[in-house]
Design a protein around this ligand. Structure first.
Ligand SMILES: [Zn+2]
Ligand SMILES: [Zn+2]
Length: 333
């Protein structure tokens, strides 16, 4: 039996648990570790028995609880290398000074020093010497910093934990298009169009059953359509109603981002897919990542159900809606 429970879905956090009798996988950890554990227990899934944490991309609503969860429960984290790096950068923010800013600081220091020199006629030669050596050491330091920035950095997690905020007990890298296995679940990651380092969706298969997950994508390219074929359960983004988004509270730039080819799938776009390219196979269709500001559950449901009615070969597909605040009932395949 392949079991799927969406613990949370939306811009405030995403997390889904997929399990068989012997393997348990978390898909994204976009809630706090505490909340994930609470919701897993509520859904009858044992948080002490997570075999792997799969990450789709590094946006906060998908990675919030990764570090704490992986460390506390010693869970291996599966990323693409690009997502891992982006996640590590997010965990270790650095204040990097631009060259003009550095130059300005240096000029100010030099001016202050010159003033001090003017004010003190005594020991002038010694002072000049100090200034010269200070400048030299600052320039050397700047060159070292610039050189270090150009060097490929070691992957976080490869070096020990200690104070490293990006330390993880175990990390596995995967590539989109290359299937791998965790326990008795076969996983195929596939590229999705979204504004992240290396975002993916997943197909998970066990015991002859197939679950496909595609959220956080700006549109539905042919490679994604292909991956969603023959799914028994489809988790599909239905993020926003275009009219509500246009008239809604988001700043213009955010609206443009959501509507772009690397943003999120609208109700219309999800409906378009269900009416045309969808193969009609999935018995369950979970609409996911619904916006709380720019969508209404009834609108998302209506759009999907109308699209399905337009098909001749889609019979008995059950549409469900994943929500932000409560786990969706488990689906057993
Ligand atoms: Zn995202
Ligand atoms: Zn998201």
């Amino acid at each position: 039996m392949l079991r799927c429970t969406v613990l949370a879905s939306g811009s405030k956090g995403n997390c889904t648990v997929i399990s068989t009798g012997s393997t348990r996988i978390l898909l994204d950890a976009g809630l706090s570790c505490r909340e994930i554990v609470k919701r897993m227990r509520f859904a009858g899934e044992d948080p002490e028995k997570i075999d792997g944490l799969l990450i789709t991309h590094e946006h906060q609503d998908h990675i919030q609880g990764v570090s704490v969860l992986a460390r506390r429960w010693r869970v291996p984290v599966y990323f693409t290398e690009g997502t891992h790096r982006a996640w590590a950068r997010w965990m270790t923010p650095r204040q990097t000074m631009s060259f003009p800013a550095w130059l300005e600081t240096r000029k100010q220091k030099a001016a202050a020093l010159a003033l001090a020199v003017e004010e003190s006629e005594e020991n002038l030669s010694t002072q000049n010497l100090t200034e010269a050596s200070l400048e030299t050491s600052e320039i050397t330091e700047a060159i070292e910093i610039a050189a270090a920035a150009d060097d490929p950095q070691p992957l976080p997690g490869e070096v020990g934990g200690g104070n490293d905020p990006a330390y993880l007990p175990a990390v596995e890298h995967f590539c989109a298009g290359k299937p791998f296995v965790i326990g008795d679940i076969a996983i195929t990651p596939f590229t999705i169009p979204h504004d992240a380092a290396d975002p993916v969706g997943f197909v998970l298969e066990a015991e002859g059953m197939r679950i496909a997950v595609a959220t956080d994508l700006g549109y539905m390219p042919p490679n994604v359509q292909m991956q969603l074929r023959r799914a028994d359960l489809l988790v599909l983004e239905s993020n926003h109603d275009v009219e509500m988004l246009r008239d809604g509270p988001y700043p213009w730039a955010v609206k443009q981002r959501v509507l772009s080819r690397v943003g999120h799938l609208s109700n219309d776009a999800a409906g378009e897919f269900l009416a045309n390219e969808f193969d009609g196979h999935a018995r369950w269709i979970i609409l996911a990542h619904l916006s709380e500001s720019n969508n209404l559950p009834e609108l998302a449901r209506l759009s999907a159900e109308r699209a399905l009615q337009r098909r001749s070969n889609a019979t008995g597909n059950q549409v469900m809606l994943a929500t932000q605040n409560t786990p969706l009932e488990s689906i057993c395949l």
